[in-house]
Ligand binder design. Structure first.
Ligand SMILES: Cc1cc2nc3c(=O)[nH]c(=O)nc-3n(C[C@H](O)[C@H](O)[C@H](O)COP(=O)(O)O)c2cc1C
Length: 177
């Protein structure tokens, strides 16, 4: 059998193997962070006004029926708003929307100060995103310290452009060409 190419051998040697430990979640978090993602803002309406959260756990899920998902930290102070809401919207951020990303990460009520529209069920809608998915809650699944939220897409929109990216704790961009 042929030997592995040199580059593959070198990568195998430098890889750091570990067993996830309760007293060291940092290392597992760093390994999870090797998965480059886009960044989304999820919004919902509430008795306290519009609520937002920055989330990179978003994923497309199903075409028929049209489903998407994201995962909310059950210890997050704002997650109860999303747990209660029947509708939510997911906004896929463009490369120029990093300020929106930071603002919605820091403050659940950031949309009080940010211009936005509402759809007929009251869910806040942000402009100028790469894609937007207006959803109705479809299912919740317990998943350790997170809850997987599945939404049925009632309406969607999209534009062209470069995407805001998140990798190893840092922001960048995915270029379309
Ligand atoms: C790039 C990025 C991605 C994030 N992704 C998620 C996520 O998928 N799910 C989640 O619950 N929180 C996520 N967060 C954290 C929330 O945006 C927010 O900072 C957190 O809910 C703040 O805690 P609080 O809700 O207790 O105020 C992410 C934060 C950043 C900056």
């Amino acid at each position: 059998m042929n030997a592995l190419p040199k580059t593959m051998t070198a990568k195998t040697i430098t890889a750091r193997a570990f067993v996830p430990r309760k007293d060291d979640t940092r290392t597992l978090r760093d390994a999870f962070g090797r998965f480059a993602t886009g960044v989304t803002i999820v919004t919902c309406d509430s008795d306290d006004g519009p609520i937002c959260i920055t989330a990179n756990s978003f994923s497309s899920l199903s075409l028929d029926p049209p489903l998407v998902m994201w995962a909310g930290d059950r210890n997050s102070r704002r997650f109860p708003y999303f747990h209660k809401a029947r509708h939510f919207s997911v906004h896929v951020l463009s490369a120029g929307q990093s300020e929106l990303c930071f603002g919605c990460s820091r403050n659940a009520h950031a949309l009080r100060e940010i211009d936005h529209d509402r759809c007929e069920n009251g869910t806040p809608l942000l402009p100028d995103c790469l894609a937007r998915f207006e959803c109705e809650q479809h299912a919740y699944y317990d998943a350790g310290d997170h809850v997987i939220v599945v939404g049925e897409v009632l309406r969607a929109s999209m534009t062209d452009g470069d995407a805001l990216a998140f990798y190893a704790g840092k922001y960048g961009q995915f270029a379309r060409h």
